[in-house]
Design a binder for this molecule. Sequence first.
Ligand code: AMP
Length: 183
Amino acid sequence: MNSICVFLGSSTGNHPAYMDAAGALGRELAVRGLTCVYGGSCTGLMNRLAESALAAGGKVVGVTVQALKDKEEFHRGLTELHVLPTMHERKNLMVQLADGFVALPGGIGTFEEFFEVYTLQQMGFHSKPCGLLNVNGFFKPLELMLETAEREGFLKNPHQKAIIRARNPGELIDLMVQKGVSS
Ligand code: AMP
């Protein structure tokens, strides 16, 4: 595994634990020599992730769309910045560039991105691991929703096996690397 794509809030969230987790994940990726792929923004948790990875000597690749770049919502100090015409093309490139995907707390952008790569994995379009960093129990309601869908017969594979989850970045990356090697 050489790179991990991270989906996370463009806002900071209300609790300092969210920014701390984004920073810790950025550092952990850098220390392990893993390239951090993300949406390229200079705001919220996204910014903290990129800043921490860069400060620890890591490579950070941003993948954004022209419309967001035009609004100046991009980080100027990244190792690489890809600018795509549409959100669709942007997501495709993120899937190609990364060997695994992680979501941290965030809003609808984060949910949409995570569920798209998880769906693509379940449909067999890629076999890259997908993980959740459950800071402050943020993803508990999502777990409940998935449990409900599974109990009611709407999930083809048990989500407990399909999605990696951890409470700290080191544990999450260890599990991602293990799963990436075995898949
Ligand atoms: P949200 O969780 O709604 O704050 O959206 C965050 C996710 O949507 C990130 O993982 C990004 O990939 C994408 N996103 C949201 N805002 C931006 C932005 N200004 N620049 C690039 N990507 C963004």
